[in-house]
Design a binder for this molecule. Structure first.
Ligand code: AMP
Length: 210
């Protein structure tokens, strides 16, 4: 079974995905990560999307979908889609062109905006292995360094308050039709993302590892 994670930036999807990968062998695919890799490589695509991503707006559907198709092989493994779909068209395309009848569940991480803004402004991410820290609630042992691989921790450019608010607004505008779509298909499950990460993980395991 595949899993789709929905939730605003900062709702904890990435952290929970890492746990499902290490304990249950899922493959985690984040469209945000794939797009950031293109920006870092300064590929033609990366140069085109850099300013869009810095502003918090969405990259066009065709670009995102092409990148996604290139990077997953659904027949072989169980995937966690993180950050995709972001709008109704992406949800339909995912069903028709990629999942094509495969079994999946959709998990929606719910959290209020003030908590999200505070989490994201304090978030630091390892530039090498992607491990996620929070300078207040989950700080690294050595400031600015990843506990796992000693890589340098970075504050993502789009994790500034102004851009976060724009990302939240985009999320709110585009997500309701996606939630309706999955609700009608009875594959949508809501999780309270303000709970402790361990509690969320137990609930998640109950839903997707039966
Ligand atoms: P994320 O890491 O998921 O918060 O995504 C960071 C940024 O990447 C977003 O603000 C968008 O600019 C872009 N992005 C990520 N996933 C998608 C997607 N499925 N569709 C369009 N843009 C995306």
């Amino acid at each position: 079974m595949h899993v789709i994670f929905l939730g605003a930036p900062g709702s904890g999807k990435g952290t929970q995905a890492k746990r499902l990968v290490s304990k249950h062998g899922f493959v985690h695919i984040s469209t945000g990560d794939l797009l950031r890799e293109e920006v870092a490589k300064k590929s033609e695509l990366g140069l085109r999307i850099d300013s869009i991503m810095q502003s918090g707006k969405l990259v066009d559907d065709a670009t995102v979908f092409e990148l996604l198709k290139k990077n997953c092989d659904l027949g072989k493994k169980q995937y966690i889609f993180d950050g995709f779909p972001r709008n109704f068209d992406q949800a339909q395309t995912l069903d028709l062109s990629l999942l094509k009848g495969s079994k999946y569940k959709v998990i929606y991480f719910e959290l209020n905006t003030d908590i999200l803004v505070s989490r994201l402004t304090l978030r630091r991410v390892c530039g090498s292995c992607g491990e996620i820290f929070n300078v207040k609630s989950a700080p690294p042992q050595v400031e600015g360094k990843c506990d796992k691989c000693s890589g340098a921790l970075v504050h993502r450019k789009d994790d500034s308050e102004e851009v976060i608010r724009e990302r939240m607004a985009v999320f709110a505008q585009t997500m309701n039709p996606v939630l309706d779509y999955y609700n009608k298909q009875k594959v949508l499950f809501r999780l309270d993302a303000s709970l402790d990460a361990g509690d969320i993980f137990s609930k998640l395991e109950g839903l997707v590892c039966l």
